[in-house]
Design a protein around this ligand. Structure first.
Ligand code: LLP
Length: 435
């Protein structure tokens, strides 16, 4: 059986299957732990399922990939090779998109806080600027005038829609820091101003209401509000847009037996609203969407090794060689990632999987019923391909984990493990530091 089949068996719950044991044992022996491993085919499947759901329903469609979910250039290249375009939030992500072969003019840049040099860099590469506020708008215009170029812009709208998701990843509600509010006429003022400013061309409109969203209700509400506003722009300001970007945020099932919202469900729900609104609008802009998590989360596993197991008067812990420096989501958001113990089935016990960071909060999984692990066993965290490595750090002076890409039976190191020297890069004498 192939490496990929081994990974998929563990994912499906059979981490004791000989093919799963062989796959993880081989990867850990060759590359050390902890590491991230991504399955290329799962990424392709996710991209294709989005295109299959949205493509036939929206003839004028552009699907983007939100690079923040996973910025590894090999992953970006893989996603873009499926026909997607980049959505980015920093100069570093613009550079990652360019490295992966994207054209600057295909990049959409959406940060809510762009520095003057990021604006300049975007203009230099003809990146589409998704403007967050009126102050930024005037800076973009001034920079374009100074450079003798034209800025293509859209506005990130705060539609005042509250999706049912974690507070920390809810971005569309009125209290969030993102975008120009529809309320109070701020968004309208933005477009009106943009129309009158020199060296600015209005291209479209954008919103992103949040992340890990599992029903269509909030999307529908956002789509209605956005399209009604697009009509207002046409009728009252004479502005026609070439695209309407409804953001990312598609959730995935993080639990066994769980079902997320399928791309089909979302595409279907949006289609009827779109049709209705487009006939009122009298022209059809492109529909853009820009998921991150949906494309890469399920492809990724984070693999750690058990250092020790201990029972206290209160509970039992399995200490592993990864922590919130490796996978931040459980500690930061209370996120739940399923855990598999490789090669074990016997004697299930309730355990906390504890990280190796010196902080009480460094618990990667809490109160899980797992086959009793022993020192040396491998432990796999599922759905770690999005916001996993991307949010990793070197806290506690631990080098960054390796990233591996499996395609069938092939494995490629797409980022080698960090080194102890790298912990001191940029420090005076850092290059000379030896482990
Ligand atoms: N577009 C914009 C403007 C965004 O801010 C985001 C995510 C996306 C697209 C992609 O959202 P997705 O499809 O991945 O849900 N670190 C958190 C998630 C933060 C998402 C921030 N914005 C987590 O680990 O759950």
């Amino acid at each position: 059986m192939t490496l990929r089949e081994g990974l998929l068996l563990a994912r499906a719950g059979d981490a004791a299957h000989p093919a799963a044991v062989a796959a993880f044992t081989r990867l850990a022996a060759e590359h050390g732990t902890p590491f991230y491993v991504y399955d290329a085919e799962t990424i392709r499947e996710q991209a294709r399922s989005l295109l299959a759901a949205f493509g036939p329903r929206f003839p004028k469609l552009r699907v983007r990939y939100a690079l923040k979910a996973n910025t590894n250039v090999e992953i970006v290249r893989l996603v873009l090779s499926e026909g997607l375009a980049p959505e980015v939030v920093s100069e570093g992500e613009i550079r990652a998109a360019l490295r992966a072969g994207a054209k600057g003019s295909d990049v959409l840049f959406s940060s809510s806080s762009k520095s003057p040099s990021e604006i300049d860099f975007s203009l230099e590469h003809d990146v589409l600027l998704n403007v967050d506020n009126l102050d930024e708008l005037s800076q973009v215009s001034a920079a374009a005038v100074r450079r003798g170029t034209t800025a293509r812009i859209s506005f990130r709208i705060n539609p005042g829609v509250d999706p049912d998701t974690l507070h920390q990843i809810n971005t569309g509600c009125s209290e969030s820091k993102f975008g120009v509010h529809l309320d109070g006429g701020i968004a309208r003022k933005g477009y009106e101003t943009a129309k009158s400013l020199p060296n600015v061309v209005i291209a479209g409109i954008h919103c992103h209401i949040g992340s890990q969203i599992n029903d269509t209700v909030a999307y529908e509400e956002a789509a209605r509000k956005m399209l009604a506003f697009v009509r207002e722009l046409k009728e009252e300001l004479g502005i026609r847009l070439s695209f309407v970007d409804l953001g990312g945020g598609l959730g995935i099932p993080f639990r066994d037996g769980g079902t997320g919202m399928s791309p089909e469900e979302l595409a279907k729900a949006l289609q009827s609203i779109w049709k209705e609104e487009i006939s009122l609008l009298g022209y059809e802009p492109e529909l853009w969407i820009e998921p991150g998590r949906f494309l890469v989360a399920q492809s990724g596993l984070m693999v750690a090794r058990v250092n020790s197991v201990k029972t206290t008067p209160v509970k039992s812990f399995v200490n592993v060689d990864a922590g919130f420096n490796t996978l931040l989501r459980p500690a930061f958001y209370g996120a739940v990632h399923r855990v598999r113990v490789v090669g074990k089935t016997a004697a299930p016990m309730t355990l906390d999987v504890a990280g190796d960071v010196c902080e009480t909060g460094d618990i990667l999984a809490e109160g899980r019923l797992l086959p009793t692990p022993e020192a040396g066993d491998l432990v796999v965290f599922l759905d770690a391909g999005a916001y996993g490595f991307a949010m990793a750090s070197e806290y506690n002076a631990r080098p960054l984990p390796a990233e591996l890409l499996v395609d069938g039976d092939e494995v490629r190191v797409i980022r080698r493990r960090g080194t102890f020297e790298e912990l001191h890069r940029g420090e005076p004498g850092g290059a000379e530091v030896r482990p």
